[in-house]
Design a protein around this ligand. Structure first.
Ligand SMILES: [Mg+2]
Length: 275
């Protein structure tokens, strides 16, 4: 890890070491896992899942994945036990560690808009590019050439823009595609909702890579640290920047070390917080 990053992290990690409970919030694609043209094969960076599993097993950190994917899709890719809590579709869904899944309540106007958006893709013969999720449809163009992306984007947006306007849906561009979705929540709302359930003294971190993570970075202000995980730096609201995979693994390794090094500290409070 670059020394300047480590020195910025040290005071925060010190609070993690001495807290009875800490919170680690992570995006999945692009943050824990490198992008893959086949989304069902986007496995975590080698070593990352194992450290995360050890952090959960240590019992002092509440680990939560906040992803744009449908929440149940994340767990088989991450493949760790016990599994973390997962918020899916940018916070619309919540999959708890006991397996219960909270789905968004969608009104009729939203559902009509989503089925119009689906019909538009069918009319354009583009349904094969789409991922259908609870309250959302995402078109993916990772792996296509620049010209193909331009063409695909133009064809999708030609129909989706008026549908979004008419139905009150959000259009959300992300790294590798565009999404039309119920406008109830973004990752910032998910972070605020989650943190409202946690003691304000619990040190918290959010790690993400995408434009959709910016609202979550802002939600961390005054509440913990926000970390951009990305091979190249870009303009961001995040306080720190880590280059994956090495600095990500260093970060997770340091987190685990802090939790285990001080394991004897207040062992009574170290009951499993992930349950
Ligand atoms: Mg991401």
């Amino acid at each position: 890890m670059r020394p300047e990053v480590q020195s910025e992290l040290t005071p925060f990690l010190h609070t993690v070491a001495h807290a009875s409970q800490a919170v680690l919030l992570l995006d999945y694609d692009g943050t824990l896992a490198p992008f893959h043209a086949r989304r069902d094969q986007a496995y975590p960076y080698p070593g990352a899942a194992l450290i995360l599993q050890d952090i959960i097993r240590n019992g002092r950190t509440r680990v939560v994945v906040i992803s744009g994917r449908d929440a149940p899709d994340v767990l088989p890719l991450l493949n760790i036990h016990p599994c973390p809590e997962v918020w899916g579709v940018h916070g619309l869904q919540r999959l708890r560690t006991d397996g219960s899944l909270e789905m968004p309540h969608l009104d009729e106007r939203t559902l009509d808009g989503l089925s119009d958006a689906d019909r538009w893709l069918g009319y354009q013969q583009l349904r094969h590019t789409a991922e259908f999720k609870a309250g959302s449809i995402a078109v993916h163009w990772r792996g296509l050439s620049e010209i193909e992306v331009e063409d695909l984007c133009a064809r999708v947006m030609l129909g989706w823009r008026p549908i979004a306007q008419h139905s009150g849906l959000d259009l959300l561009e992300f790294d590798g595609g565009v999404e039309i979705r119920a406008s109830h929540a973004d990752k910032g709302d998910a972070v605020r909702a989650f943190l409202s359930e946690i003691s304000p003294d619990a040190p918290a971190a959010y790690l993400g890579d995408d434009a959709t993570d910016e609202s979550a970075f802002r939600a961390m202000e005054g509440r913990g640290i926000s970390v951009l995980v990305r091979p190249k730096w870009r303009q961001t609201a995040a306080q720190l920047w880590l280059q994956p995979p090495d600095e990500l693994l260093d970060f997770l390794g340091l987190w685990l070390k802090m939790c285990t090094q001080y394991d004897t500290f207040d062992s009574g409070a170290a009951a499993a917080v992930n349950g």
